[in-house]
Design a binder for this molecule. Sequence first.
Ligand SMILES: [Zn+2]
Length: 361
Amino acid sequence: MNHKYVCIECNKEFEADFFKLKCEESDYSCFDIKYYKSNANFPVLPSPLDIKSLGEGSTPVVSFKDKFSDLGDFIFKLEYFSPTGSFKDRGTSLLLSKAKEVGIKEFVEDSSGNAGASMSAYAKNLGMKCHIFVPDQTPLNKKSQIKIFGAELHNVPGPRQNSTIAAKEFCDKTSIPYVSHNYNPYFIEGMKSFAYEIFEEFNDRITDIVIPVGNGSLLIGAYKGFKELKNQGLINKIPKLHCIQVEGFSPISNKFMNLDWEFDVNSKTLAGGIAVSDPPRINQVIDAIKESESECEIVSEEKTLSWHKEIASWGILSEITCAAALAGTEKLLNRGVIGKDSNVIVPITGSGLKDLSNVKI
Ligand SMILES: [Zn+2]
């Protein structure tokens, strides 16, 4: 074992235990993974672990500098090139490889769609059965994708949070383990490859990364990856990791800006991947935003949908969720947070083919 668990709230350290999702000593907070110093070689991953890959990561980058002539560069990292069409495959690969190692044969997960499809694919490949709980309003293509890989799909009426509650109840009833990509820290470790790849491609040239945030796994993973690179002297500064949320689903941005947050169950958005009202790692996301000297923005549904169409006119079909990051980029540019000559990356987190049926064309 080259790592242990550390509670994100009380900082107490524990032996790594895949089945333990929360620290009982601090109001049930999540764990992060901490490595023993002697093993901290780049890349830093749990070892020994036989990591199952289906070809995730190493996603292409494409420059749209011509669209923002004041910027040094404006780059999309096309995360939808991963095997199930979203960035989640980075985390799933590591999470389910670890699940296999500890002997899990059947598990429960909840998702807005992308993580569910990803978990279903890797589970099938690794010989595990899974139950995926999704909100009823999840686009049909995402539900079909979850089913074709072999998972048992459970539709849950109401907002995203209801799927989490239903999944936990099902676990209590059946004693099948809950392998949650939001609670289990191995998922975040898989996300770090996003930062490693940006470093390998651009060295330390990138100044700003603009990320659509629901639960924040990509933002936390990117922060951890860049911090490791900095600690090892490979970069001097962590790029800014800006957090973009949509109106009605902005618990992280509100807390960052010291604004009260109360979820209105009638809130709706087509940016389903970030329609999260109660992210369990909220304080860890906020720490990453502050420590990287970054900002939060809350964008409107209208702007999100207009940016979705705009980048389609550039030849990029993203999921609607991701277009929120473009609307956020526009606000950050207008505020001067992203300045002239900045080199900006936006991850195109998922394929537009997954929710195309929701788009008015
Ligand atoms: Zn704790």
